[in-house]
Ligand binder design. Sequence first.
Ligand SMILES: [Zn+2]
Ligand SMILES: [Zn+2]
Length: 390
Amino acid sequence: MKLMFRNFPIYRIEWVTSIFLIGTALGALTLVPWFLWTHVGETDLGWGFVAALFVFYYYATGFSITLGYHRLFSHLSFKAKWPVKLFTLLFGAASFENSALDWSADHRIHHKHVDEDEDPYDISKGFFYAHIGWLLFRLKPKPPVTNVKDLEADGLVMWQHRYVQWIGLVVGFVVPTLLGWAYGHFVTGTPGETALACFLIPGLLRTVVVQQGTFCINSLCHMFGRQPYSTRHSARDSWWVALLTFGEGYHNYHHEFQHDYRNGVKAWQFDPTKWIIWSLAKLGLASDLRTVPDTRILAAEVKERSKSLADDTRELVARLDARTRELRARTIASLEGIAADLSQRAEALRELAATKAEVGRETLDEVRALFQEAARHLESLRRDGAPSAA
Ligand SMILES: [Zn+2]
Ligand SMILES: [Zn+2]
């Protein structure tokens, strides 16, 4: 019999995951403050060591998800030598987000069916569902895993898949606790307390912080920010989400060009995962970094800009009274002209990209000048349409 509570399908609850996620979060919110309250200023248990271990674990497990699980295993956006694979599999397990195989299977479905019912973390079911709800209860039985044949042929990936919970426990909790014990034993003379501090801070607190950070990719990255490359899906580019997610905040670009090893494609965008992959390639630990040609990226950007410009113009004009509309007829006409021009240029760029030709500096400058001119015109219309301050 399928257990229900009123309308709530109790039989759909993922008990082990739910207890783990809620338990670790409650533990981090209560035990960590209690420990700090009772020990900071009281005991010199090697706080610098505990903090350094926390920082190391935070970055090691965080990057194992973004660089390893996401860009390497799910998207094959570059090739990596075995030490990189091993590191990201060990510390990926310690982030307690399932095995690389399962994670990639879900993630590939997410890209294929984004915003649809099959999307495992479909944002149209709301923030909570996309962030964590999908892990706490399954609305539908898990579909059979068929989209990771390439990963199933990888011995290291399969080894991690088989023992992922044990690896996570050892790397994520046992190792930091033992390191804390050793430091306390040999340096500060507080083995028990330093061990507990390392269990709680680089272990428990770090697990929760990294999980919430990576969950944001599925929730916030589909809610906040701009859509410069495509409006066909909910994914968005946001610099502040990039800060929380090791550079994954440029999610609109990522959904449009998922095999590019960069998420923040512009040189100035905060994408430390991209910088590390690039550095690993320089060190000979990574190769075959996949990128989308600049012309294709520009074509997508120009097309979106022409669409949004036409929409914005229409919306602003509707807000103007008849007399202002007449007075600003020239501005409105040039905005419409720029939108049409950009739309044609996008088409030309797409054709150019198909021949693998590079876009010239001149074209780039012209496009940039059009963007700026349009922004100026829109701004002045916006001022006209704004209700005067009373
Ligand atoms: Zn992805
Ligand atoms: Zn996404």
